[in-house]
Design a binder for this molecule. Structure first.
Ligand SMILES: Cc1ncc(C[n+]2csc(CCOP(=O)(O)OP(=O)(O)O)c2C)c(N)n1
Length: 694
């Protein structure tokens, strides 16, 4: 049973292992930074976004000093700069970030307090994000990664490592918080939730975020969670509670949560004037300033008043110099702004297999065909199996993926062959599945996640979007190459839930590769490429193709890969170019066969990147083009293709480039309704005919 505990109630004082002088130095440094920004740099518009840490510093600094294992990681948020300083972030980087100067943790790409620390040989700070609550689930992935490397890969250096998540009292109302809490407590992961309760979100009080306003009270009955509660402004109390909480998690007693109350001495951000707080409250908060409490604790028992004043003066002088050095840094190079959306020449510091110098078995673009044809489900299963066999860092998971083998049977028997650490069920939280994948990838593993149906990736949208931008946001310091398998599209019938494709969403999201195989051979090659890639990939499994005769092909061998961005010609001809992918390939082929014409049918196979070169080459030859897709029309991926053709091949066209797609509605359930709106063979043939006669 979880138990809450306050250090003030402890009778016996523990001997603390704290270097208070260092804590004071870091505290004064952080405070001087905030003050410099608030009094000068923001008013002068040299810093455009400022989120003050004033009031929150003490606990963060103490926590940072407790993160001593090389494989510890913290997932923090915009008010966490004191933690980063405590973990050794350079003072100049800490000030240059908010100034959007070059270098540092994002090279001017991200708001300064949304930072990261990719220390190869020490504790890391995982890339922060602006979305409140999104910091939780990646940290869970890191924790699971620690345990996987420790237990499954027998890497002793992961012994005792922990994952820490920092969040405010507002963040406990988010999906990410609950998803992470569920995974941590059901899987008994080494995670410490560190809640900085300043009583407010922006202007909304804690009792709107959790009934009664105190999250640790409400979690008393949460199984497998140790709770600590205290005043984050009192030096000894904070230090003692934090030491206990960190040790509890390090000793593998289970996950824990510590809630420390702190005053928020500024508005939420610089722009927030706190008009929603009355003067009394503001005064009360000022009185709770942890800097005064630290001073009271240290002067005169540990140092003299004079020494303290001297430290304070020195910290201010130092920050003047640091700020000037940061201001002197050059502006970021505009010619590099588009770099690092995807992996480039320079390898990231943290995340993915490439960082681990992982070497894969040989690969080949030439299929070694067996005689027997297999369906896509079997193709996926065999490819997953082979990669699981040859890559101990690869794991496969999702809802019902374990014993059941997935609701589409693509992971059937994999758990019994590879064990529950490598092939496992997850809780019903897509945000949890994707966020956890991101953390696992940071930990140097290759997560292959299944989302049961495309539409059910919706709750994971925040994590998916953030995953795609990690490399760019951190200027190539971090990356999270993961594979997300997701079945979708129509099948025996349609419906708005299981049958959506909406692949265009992922092509528009930044940093994702998108694969949409139309047959078993390509499924093998693309999935293998994805699992060996240094970029995240959405791997779309079309439901109507999973067991379709059209999609059955011989297994192309364990080495077979299909590179991304290479279209496949399904038929050759001069009359017209038809561009398509997924389940529409079969229909386009049938439409052409039914007529006495010769067409280039291009199966794009991947939409990001897409084979523009092959498309333009073909259109320049045939002078006519039809794009066919199942996704709805407006701003569908066809619009992108057509726009490129118009720009690059306009002078070659003998007819307007047409699109045949679903109208802008969800896929209907009734088969008659569904067929009335899907591009069918007949509709494709008719459209081709129209273009040929133009
Ligand atoms: C998903 C999301 N919704 C809304 C916001 C806007 N927002 C930024 S901070 C904040 C309040 C966060 O409060 P809390 O978690 O208590 O942290 P604190 O700022 O008090 O330290 C809100 C609503 C956001 N950044 N992300």
């Amino acid at each position: 049973m979880a138990k809450s505990k306050s250090a003030t109630k402890e009778k016996k004082k523990k001997k603390l292992n704290v270097d208070w002088k260092e804590v004071a130095h870091l505290f004064l440094t952080s405070r001087a930074m905030d003050e410099k920004e608030e009094s000068e740099l923001v008013p002068q518009k040299k810093v455009l976004y400022q989120f003050s840490a004033r009031g929150h510093e003490l606990g963060q600094i103490l926590l940072g000093k407790l993160l001593t294992n090389k494989h510890d990681a913290a997932s923090a948020y915009y008010r966490s700069r004191p933690l980063l300083l405590s973990l050794g972030l350079s003072e100049e980087d800490a000030m240059a970030g908010p100034m959007a100067k070059s270098g540092g943790y994002s090279n001017g790409r991200d708001i300064g307090v949304v930072c990261n620390k990719p220390d190869k040989d020490g504790p890391k700070v995982l890339p922060m994000a602006g979305d409140v609550g999104s910091q939780y689930t990646p940290a869970i992935g890191w924790a699971q990664g620690i345990e996987y490397r420790r237990k499954e890969l027998n890497e002793r250096e992961y012994e005792g490592a922990i994952s820490v998540i920092l969040g405010g009292d507002g963040s406990v109302a988010t999906n990410g918080f609950w998803s992470a809490l569920t995974i941590a407590t059901t899987q008994n992961l080494p995670v410490l939730f560190y809640i900085e309760d300043n009583g407010y979100g922006i202007s909304v009080t804690s009792d709107f975020q959790t009934p009664g306003g105190v999250i640790t009270n409400n979690l008393q009955s949460f199984k497998n969670l140790k709770l600590y509660d205290g005043d984050g402004t009192v030096p000894e109390e904070s230090a003692e509670l934090l030491e206990e909480a960190v040790s509890y998690v390090r000793d593998r007693k289970g996950p824990a949560m510590i809630r420390l109350t702190v005053p928020r001495l500024n508005g939420h951000s610089y722009q927030d004037n706190q008009a929603y707080k009355d003067d009394d409250l503001i005064e009360k908060e000022e009185k709770k300033d942890p800097l005064n409490k630290l001073k009271e604790y240290m002067v005169p028992e540990h140092v003299t008043e004079r020494t303290w004043k001297n430290w304070q003066k020195k910290a201010k002088e130092n920050i003047e110099e640091v700020a000037q050095a940061a201001l002197n840094r050059p502006e970021p190079d505009t010619s590099e702004t588009e770099k690092y959306v995807f992996a480039e020449d320079k390898v990231q510091t943290v995340g993915g297999l490439v960082v681990e110098d992982h070497s894969f078995p040989e690969s080949s673009e030439t299929p070694e065909s067996e005689k027997q044809r297999i369906n896509i489900v079997e193709a996926i299963r065999r490819t997953l199996k082979h990669e699981l066999e040859t890559n101990p860092k690869l794991m496969v998971f999702g809802e019902d993926v374990g014993q059941k083998g997935g609701v589409h049977a693509a992971t059937m028997d994999l758990q019994s062959q590879f064990g529950k650490q490598r092939v496992f069920d997850t809780s019903l939280s897509e945000e949890g599945i994707i966020g956890r994948s991101v953390g696992l990838a940071y930990a140097g593993l290759m997560p292959v996640a299944e989302i049961q149906f495309r539409k059910y990736a919706d709750p994971a949208t925040e994590q998916l979007n953030n995953c795609g931008t990690i490399r760019w946001r951190t200027a190539n310091r971090f990356a999270a190459p993961i594979v997300v398998r997701m079945p979708g599209g129509f099948a025996k019938c349609g419906d708005p839930w299981h049958s959506m494709s909406n692949e265009v969403f992922f092509t528009h999201a930044i940093g994702w590769q998108v694969a949409m195989p139309s047959n078993a051979q390509d499924a093998v090659g693309l999935l293998r490429s994805a699992m060996r890639s240094n970029n995240p990939t959405i791997f779309f499994e079309h439901r109507n193709l999973l067991d379709a005769k059209y999609a059955r092909k011989p297994y192309p061998g364990d080495k077979f890969v299909v590179p991304f961005g290479k279209a496949k010609k399904l038929s050759e001809g001069e009359d017209i170019t038809i561009i398509t992918w997924g389940a529409m390939c079969e229909r386009c082929e049938a439409a052409v066969e039914a007529q006495d014409i010769k067409a280039d049918i291009l199966d794009l196979r991947t939409l990001m990147p897409w084979d523009k070169e092959a498309v333009l080459k073909s259109v320049k030859k045939t002078n006519r083009c039809l794009v066919v897709h199942e996704d709805n029309k407006t701003a569908g991926f066809g619009a992108e293709i057509v726009s490129e053709i118009m720009k690059e091949a306009f002078m070659y066209l003998d007819a307007p480039v047409e699109r045949l797609t679903m109208p802008d509605i969800p896929v209907p359930y009734n088969v008659g309704l569904m067929n009335s709106v899907l591009p069918t063979t007949e509709k494709i043939a008719k459209q081709v005919d129209k273009l040929l006669k133009f």
